[in-house]
Design a protein around this ligand. Structure first.
Ligand SMILES: [Zn+2]
Length: 288
């Protein structure tokens, strides 16, 4: 590759700089940014030991945070991503960390009132204390169980929101929306939306259909009227296997079909895709 003339003049203009002999490639210009690069929307379910693809051990989850951090990723929410407002420092790469199903191992509070250090929130909070620029900012697609400690539901939502996270709707019964009538789909979506609003979640929250299975009438994921109330969602995501399109990629980006990738060690999971980034085969979004 030839060195672009402008770059060459810039470089040779620096005091004491000489273009090294035998160098045919320009130096990497990492500070340039890449606003069209791919965005990782990582999907976690259980954070504990387990065999199937829905599990990520606490140790592996901690290692994911560490590896992403070292590779320059910084957390944002789904809403930041779909609104193209991913405020990460120049040269850094946004990552959207999402959790589905509101399992107890994601957010558990111990009898003494402290956060279980083995739960996802406990692990992430500890990591964020050492790395304040990687706070607990993510999107939590919840079911009515809301992490399993009934009296602490509102408190947990407030804590997550206080750190910069957001809550999304994952329906009431976690059924396959594609197989339901429009009326049942509306019940599933609206009742959870209204429950979350009562718990302090903003009305126009993000939505995640169970199994990434869209209803036959896809418009229901966006908005409809239910018993006189407007039910609306700002985005909808899929389950997934690959990084998502940049919100600047007008041709491919769509708010109501966001791609995600699994937070696990299998093919097309987070390890696999981070290896692709490290090898230069997957170009990720980088803030200018
Ligand atoms: Zn789910």
């Amino acid at each position: 590759m030839l060195i672009p003339l402008a770059l060459l003049f810039n470089l040779v203009g620096l005091p004491g700089f000489q273009v090294p002999k035998n160098q045919s490639k320009p130096p990497a210009v990492s500070q340039k940014g890449n606003r069209n690069g791919k965005v990782f929307v990582v999907m976690y379910h259980h954070i504990k030991d387990g065999k199937n693809l829905m599990f990520r051990s606490a140790t592996k989850f901690r290692a994911d945070l560490n590896r992403m951090y070292k590779m320059g990723f910084r957390p944002v929410t789904v809403t930041d991503y779909v609104n193209n407002k991913m405020r990460v420092p120049s040269g850094k790469t946004p990552v959207v960390i999402t959790f589905d199903d509101a399992h107890d191992d994601q957010f558990h509070i111990l009898k003494d009132g402290s956060i279980d250090p083995k739960s996802a929130v406990g692990i992430w909070r500890a990591f964020a204390e050492e790395h304040p620029d990687f706070p607990v900012v993510g999107t939590w697609y919840v079911l009515p169980n809301l992490w399993g400690q009934e009296k602490l539901q509102r408190k947990k939502i407030e804590m997550l929101q206080g750190w910069g996270s957001e809550i999304g709707n994952h329906t009431v019964h976690h059924g396959d929306l594609r197989k339901m009538s429009d009326g049942t789909v509306m019940n599933e979506i609206a009742q959870m939306n209204l429950k979350l609003r009562k718990l302090g979640v903003p009305a126009n929250m993000p939505f995640c259909p169970p199994y990434g299975s869209f209803p036959k009438n896809k418009a229901l994921m966006k908005s409809f009227t239910y018993k006189g109330q407007t039910i609306s969602h700002s985005s909808a995501c899929q389950a997934g296997w690959c990084p998502a399109y940049s919100p600047n990629d007008k041709k491919n980006f769509t708010k109501y079909s966001l791609l995600r990738l699994h937070g696990n060690g299998r093919m097309y999971g987070i390890d696999w895709w981070l290896n692709e980034v490290a090898a230069g085969r997957c170009k990720v979004y980088k803030a200018p």
